[in-house]
Write a new protein. Sequence first.
Length: 300
Amino acid sequence: MKKLERPMRILHISDTHIFGDDTLHYGVVDTAAALTRTLERASSIEDIDVVLLSGDISDDMTAASYERVRAMVEPWAAERSVPVLYAMGNHDRAAEFEEVLGDRTGVLEVRGVRIIRLDSAVPGAGYGEVGAEQIEMLRCELAAASGPSIVVVHHPPTPAYGPLLKALELQDATELIAACAEGCATAVLSGHYHHPLVAIEQGVPVIVAPGVANTSDACPPAEHERATVGSGFAIVDVPALGAPTATFFSAPSAGDGAEIFDLGPEEVARIAAAAGPRQPQNAVRDAVTGAAAHETGPGA
């Protein structure tokens, strides 16, 4: 019997929330150290073909933050002779992102798998939207694919669990997932929710990577949004035929499980009003103060 070729393997990292200086995320988490632990944890995994960071790469939107990420991730990838792909999240800003990391969207084929990056960031807001132009581009790229296709978008086209993240979902998820289904996309890879999740939307797997910066509680008290210390990543194996496989890993630290925040209904409503789609796009940074200002919504 002929031996089957191994699947194309993606190291899927998301929500690193790196600062350009030594600021701690929520005054608690050293996100640069968390990313270092994540890469160290992934070092023993063989046959990685591409490293993918699916958004919220920065927290302060500075060029220095992107330079720090690049200085950590790209040497790691170079040792394995594999490319690094970056996607935009709601905490990323286009000018600084492109200055350091290159184009916000694009297509790269790796071992016969077409990887299509989209930009779901809405300037100054926490929710996501890809828009008709990108969806049409996606349709064209999927139609041109001769093998598996992976779509990368920071905001997942599947519902969130927590009340705040529900207010910060992808607004045109139905249109996006319809294009993916029509074009026979193999899977959609996302972040934003800060906890592992796999869903099937119109027959298309949606794979959400854990966050590096923290872990969102998927079952908090009613109407609360809660996060704890914890980092993780996903390995996604994409075969030439058939469904992909997602495996989730933790990158442990001594503080894992410690509560970072637990926001009650009033605070959740306030941040959702500031960062959600019914408000002016520049309202969030003015309205959300204190620790919440770093997130445009916890875990987002």
